[in-house]
Design a protein around this ligand. Sequence first.
Ligand SMILES: NC(=O)c1ccc[n+]([C@@H]2O[C@H](COP(=O)([O-])OP(=O)(O)OC[C@H]3O[C@@H](n4cnc5c(N)ncnc54)[C@H](OP(=O)(O)O)[C@@H]3O)[C@@H](O)[C@H]2O)c1
Length: 309
Amino acid sequence: MSLNSLTLTRTYHRDTYPAISPTKPSLNQAGKTILITGGGSGIGFEIARSFAKAAASRIIIVGRRSSVLDAAVAKLRDEFKDSTAEFIPRQGDIGDDSSITALWDSLNSQNIFVNVLILNAAHLYPNGPDTLRIDKGEFMAAFNVNVGGNFFMSSKFVNQPLHPKGQQLNLVNVSTAGIHMNPAPFQNTYSTSKAAFTALLGRIADEHPVEDVQIISFHPGALYSESASANFDKNLVNWDEMALPADYAVWAASPEAAWLHGRFVWAHWDVEELKSDQDILKRLEQETGFLKVGVQGLAEISIEAFMKK
Ligand SMILES: NC(=O)c1ccc[n+]([C@@H]2O[C@H](COP(=O)([O-])OP(=O)(O)OC[C@H]3O[C@@H](n4cnc5c(N)ncnc54)[C@H](OP(=O)(O)O)[C@@H]3O)[C@@H](O)[C@H]2O)c1
């Protein structure tokens, strides 16, 4: 299956484009605090840059290595020295409950309210050709970060004690297309744990109206990040430009993306074509399972149909 067959729009972007430009007034993030997990490197760092271009007031980047976070913040402060944006490095491990609790406790105690949460950090290992030979402890480590850690971060975010009544929150989940690759060699623990969390977010979006918390999951493309460079030959893959997922994350956290609440989309898809496609709009309205993770190829099963005698 070629990557281009995974598209809903005629235009398939590999780089940023005007409709998702973070300098577009409708995507402006002034006054907002953004928290990005894994914001010290790779896609997460580029997302931090895009939010700074969108004039976000405060950008908090979280990761396990302080040295990586400090270097990232130094680069951001240098690039955006003419802006008033505040860049904050926070050492933390989203696979560790006490670390997540300490992070949010410290934000709350400093009166820092987070408007936008970008769930970008991921645990990539173990992946191997024979799933049933994977050690259970290692297997669960991937689920602990990619499902449990993201769940706990989302819960802390949505239940912030400082949340002003009626103020909308924005949650953006950086997912993966590996979920849809059949077969998906070496995609066992990583892809299935990412799929589980993306499925969960689809359900959470059913419980929370978009005015309360806007939830979007997106596949960022193929990006030559730190982990990608450790696993792939640079010449082997047709890599996308980092600016594509970085700017897309800002668009996904804006009111322009509200109509995709709870859905899982590709950064490659042209957002204007997507929004003007009447078939897609109709399916979004009529099928709660459209662009959500679930069993493919089935008509939707409603709870009413399930209950019928
Ligand atoms: N690159 C691609 O082509 C691609 C394709 C599809 C999807 N994605 C998704 O895009 C996201 C970013 O990917 P990437 O390629 O930029 O990844 P990456 O190079 O591995 O960067 C991951 C970042 O997350 C941090 N991190 C990892 N585990 C963490 C933990 N337990 N707690 C806190 N921070 C943690 C890392 O810093 P520390 O090690 O210092 O913690 C690092 O800054 C991931 O969700 C990935 O699934 C990427």
